[in-house]
Design a binder for this molecule. Structure first.
Ligand code: PLP
Length: 477
């Protein structure tokens, strides 16, 4: 039945299908009954998925959706890319042990070579790699331990709006207070600084003046013998904040951060768990600023849709003891094979450049929609990591022109997009930033379609609000 009704994968099939209906499904009902209250995505994306290819996923009713969530930015090549599937099959057929702890294999060796070839040569030349328990959070935990061990210091500097995972250690440097509050505020010796969020400048300045203020504060904290903060073991930062609402750090701020951390002997850790491998229009987001980190954490795309996480760092920091960061599942051979295939395809097809071009196209569409819709307060990139900050246009702006965030309208808009076949996620303060993270293989016609559906969804969300209808099924997280 489903197979007969199912639209064929691709834009024609997507366009040709009847209007989407979000149905009551026994799988969803059982999920709700059985799974933890901590479950998150199904609350706002109530789909039971059965099949996926490229940028499309199919639900149990045979309906196609465009996936602009893509495993929270994991699926650089989209779902079930032929290269990834072939690499996994070949590894299975080869009889390779699938679980090896951190023992080496030809697949692991080739993965490391491929990754090091993709890194800026000056960084790769003198780098070491640590395989981690296969989550981004474990990679960040490892990076903090590495830096603390190497420097003999304790304090780690994190930034407001930062997201680095959900373990106790990574929560300590998280901006969002909601998951920290029930735990008493987080653990560890950390110091949080304002992130250079231009649209909502923490100093109330914005632009170049905001960048200068952020750098001056950092300089003062590191230089002033009475700053109250001992020299930190590390500064951990996202080059573009993802979950925090797609907030790109200005390049001059990044360059200043690099200069100051180097001058004070503080290891700089770039969390490129979400930005890594082409998403922002460069293979690594730090390349936009022409700088390099001391420690680089990668996960998500690096496993080609399977769990994998690594820390790559300057050899000089490699002074932790054997076994200092262990973990049973560091030897996921299928993930290494899938990750290597992904990396090869991204580099061969210059999907980083493709992401820059297609991202600019989508951003231009969204800015055109913004002209007639002041509730789109800010549209920002880079590459295929795009955020649209939804604001309440009827409330007065701040000194720098930003109106208050409107999370309720954002949730309604997300739902309207879903009902038009486009899966999007929210992030940022009050969940008011609509996030576009499509696979890097998305094509121009698909980007145009996404933007058109978004425009229609926005009109519907605004009409719903004007009619006073209370949005349903939009459970807050
Ligand atoms: N760091 C960043 C920048 C992330 O976006 C995420 C997850 O979204 C993490 C770390 C944590 O990764 P994981 O969920 O695999 O622990």
């Amino acid at each position: 039945m489903t197979a007969i009704l199912a639209a064929s994968f691709g834009l024609d099939g997507f366009r040709g299908q009847p209007p989407i209906r979000l149905r009551d499904d026994p799988l969803l009902r059982r999920q709700e009954a059985r799974e933890s209250n901590a479950r998150s995505y199904p609350r706002r994306i109530p789909l039971a998925l059965t099949e996926a290819r490229g940028i499309y996923v199919r639900d149990s009713a045979g309906q196609l959706f465009i996936d602009c969530l893509a495993g929270a930015g994991t699926l650089a090549l989209g779902h079930n890319h032929p290269d990834v599937v072939a690499a996994i099959r070949a590894t299975l057929d080869s009889g390779l042990p699938l679980h090896t702890l951190d023992l080496t294999t030809p697949v692991k060796d080739a993965f490391v070579e491929e990754l090091f070839a993709a890194l800026p040569p000056a960084f790769a030349r003198d780098a070491r790699i640590q395989f981690c328990g296969p989550t981004g959070a474990d990679g960040i935990e490892a990076a903090m331990k590495l830096a603390r061990t190497a420097t003999g210091r304790r304090t780690v500097v994190g930034f407001s709006g930062g997201y680095h995972g959900m373990t106790q250690g990574t929560l300590a440097i998280m901006g969002n207070l909601a998951p920290k509050r029930p735990l008493g505020g987080g653990t560890g010796d950390v110091h949080m600084l304002p992130y250079p969020y231009d649209y909502r400048c923490p100093f109330g300045l914005g632009g170049e003046a905001g960048v200068d203020a952020g750098l001056a504060l950092l300089d003062q904290l590191l230089s002033d013998p009475e700053s109250g903060i001992v020299t930190p073991a590390a500064v951990v930062v996202e080059v573009v904040q993802g979950e925090g609402g797609v907030v790109p750090a200005p390049l001059r701020w990044l360059q200043g951060l690099r200069r100051l951390t180097r001058a004070h002997g503080v290891p700089l850790v770039f969390d490129e768990v979400q930005t890594g491998l082409g998403r922002t229009g460069r293979l690594f987001a730090f390349e936009h600023a022409g700088i390099e980190p001391d420690v680089l954490v990668l996960s998500k795309a690096i496993g080609g849709s399977l769990p994998l996480s690594v820390v790559v760092y300057r050899a000089e920091l490699d002074c932790w003891a054997p076994g200092a960061h262990a973990g049973t599942f560091r030897g996921n051979q299928l993930a290494m094979a899938a990750g290597m295939a992904t990396l090869r395809r991204i580099r061969a097809d210059r999907l980083d450049e493709h992401a820059a071009v297609l991202g600019a196209r989508l951003t231009a569409h969204l800015r055109a929609i913004q002209v007639d819709h002041p509730c789109l307060g800010d549209v920002r990139g880079p590459g295929l990591m795009i955020g649209v900050e939804i604001v309440d246009e009827h409330r007065p702006p701040s000194r720098t022109g930003a109106r208050p965030a409107d999370g309720e309208l954002a949730r309604s808009l997300q739902r309207q997009c879903l009902e038009r076949g486009v899966i999007l996620e929210l992030g940022g303060r009050h969940g008011a930033v609509v996030r576009f993270l499509p696979p890097l293989i998305v094509e121009a016609a698909e980007v145009d379609e996404i933007a058109e559906r978004f425009r229609a969804a926005l009109r519907a969300a605004l009409a719903e609000r004007a009619s006073g209808a209370v949005p349903t099924g939009l459970a807050a997280e």
